[in-house]
Design a protein around this ligand. Sequence first.
Ligand code: MN
Length: 417
Amino acid sequence: MTLVARSGALTDIGLHRKTNEDTFIVAPPLFAVCDGMGGAQAGEVASGLAAETLAAAVADGRPLLAAAEEANAAVFRRATGDSDHTGMGTTLTAVVLGGDVGRFVHIGDSRAYLLRGDVLEQLSDDHSLVGEMLRDGRLTEEEAASHPHRSILSRALGTEALARIDEFEVDLRAGDVLLLCSDGLSGVVRAEVIKKMLGRADPGDAAARLIAEARKNGGPDNITAVVLRLDESLPGDEEVTLVVPAGLAATVVLAAPVAAEAETAAGESGAQQADAADGADGGGEAHVTPPAPEPAVGVPPAPEPADAVPPASAAPPRGAKRGLGCLAVVLALLFVIAGAGVLTVSTVFYVGVDEGRLAVYSGVPAALGPLQLHAVYRRSSLPYESLGPVERRLVDEQSLHTKGGVMTLSQTLGMWP
Ligand code: MN
């Protein structure tokens, strides 16, 4: 059976850290979370390097475990070859979807969960001292949850020449929901709450709510969630033109209006957004060729200096919310993976200029006849004129990003003082 995966992914610095050392990958059929560790900026370097190496190796056609081993070697080489990065490492929890099977690799204390029906199952073992003691029966769940050393890893990527990486496969069914997350989420959000949030119809909404929950519970660490919903088909699937040359092809599908602010569902307007999304099913679709040949997903850019980083899940300015209104158009990019039998839909974003000021747009910078294929997602007060040449180029490129990626870019540009 061919399953269709819709994804939603977000990373957030949390409330107490100065940098975000988590990285995620949304590069269908590959999805992953890395949580870096090490002094100074080393954690960011480790998780970023691991994610980059893994994504490149998988894109080159390497099996997932071999790709993870390459990532280990790359991080280990950097850690041993450079005194600034001594001892750095990262967790890695990754899945490659193919047909109705999810192939996982895992090392460290990030987690993979499966929600099937009403049952939430943790698929991965925590490679932490506390996790090992729990499995040996030396600690109770309760003792483990509050253990002062629960963040000490027993295994990590990049800390040894040869990593002991777990590998497993899970048969997937329509209706399954997968969550990959860092310990900044699983450490502070209870399983019942995770279960409830994963039940949301929209994976982006689920990811945003999970992040909001972790922040509500103190947000002591960086928080990352990658949510995947598997379905047999999507409304309007049959109308999608599947053009699949070797490798990856993309088809843009213009979906019915859905509130583009679903991401910011920190509480107040979440229910309506979800309703809007549900009501949008079966709405009119139009299809265009994407303006850019590149897939709009991948490793998010490296996190930026701490001080400039507001939380990714912060509520947008009031004006932005009003501006969205019912006109918000959500574009989904369908990524068709040749041979893999997996279709993934992600909403895409870019940074553009609105009346002289920078804004984050959802959609693609193009029009279909009279129809604009984008809407302002979040407005900034920063004038384009005030940007230097390098920053201007970043804006002029109008490159497409995941939501996490565009928030990182907008922070880099200083759009949210
Ligand atoms: Mn962490």
